[in-house]
Write a protein that binds this ligand. Sequence first.
Ligand SMILES: O=C(O)c1cccc(C(=O)CC[C@H]2O[C@@H](n3cnc4c(=O)[nH]cnc43)[C@H](O)[C@@H]2O)c1
Length: 232
Amino acid sequence: MYQPQQNLNEAGGVRPAEPRVLVVTAVEAEREAVLAGLNGDERFDVVAAGVGVAAAAAGTARALAGGGYARVVSAGIAGGFAGAAEIGSLVVASRIVAADLGSDSPDGFISVDELGFGSSVIPAEDEVSAALACALRGAGLDARLGPVLTVATTTGTLAGAQALAARVPGAAAEGMEGFGVAEAARQFGLPALELRAISNAVGPRDRESWKIGEALGALRMASSILPEVLFA
Ligand SMILES: O=C(O)c1cccc(C(=O)CC[C@H]2O[C@@H](n3cnc4c(=O)[nH]cnc43)[C@H](O)[C@@H]2O)c1
């Protein structure tokens, strides 16, 4: 994984002194889509930290340890919940929810919050996330604010999708990294937002229906809007 050195860019040149934005994706294809959208904007560092919340948190913390950042963005593809986010659309997180962080029981899921062991929700609806959703729509993109769930296992059944939608009212999208990125940012005292491009429907596993290329295209388009919003 590329480890940005705060004072030098990838070509070895001196970086701009202004606070920077760290964008964290899971895989290289997502990182390349974001970089294409940013079109060489050196105020951003983009790292592919790996799939899943542990890799996301560790990779984010590793990058932030170098200092110099003002904000963190978790970006990538995601599943969309029926009626909330269609394939090819974009979701900006109003809340970043660790939706399976807790305990199972005969009476159903018990969240870590209910267990008294911490919080599974990181609020993300601030003026910046709202401005991003607005700017995306202003650019003609299908974008909305909504809760983005982080799970350890991609949902693969209708019952699973229904259980998550009942657990998190208004759930818009499901990914596997956002809570890890946002928690690492929180521990560094930095704001975080999550931007997801929808590649598939959350529900019965149907690999053939995934539209990863379309979602990566939407992610690239959305990334081109980030500078005007994050450095307004
Ligand atoms: O089940 C499969 O065959 C399959 C094929 C390709 C990719 C997957 C993933 O689980 C990708 C996980 C990866 O992409 C994000 N993502 C995209 N859609 C979803 C989703 O519906 N639920 C959770 N995560 C999703 C995620 O952030 C990972 O980085 C499976």
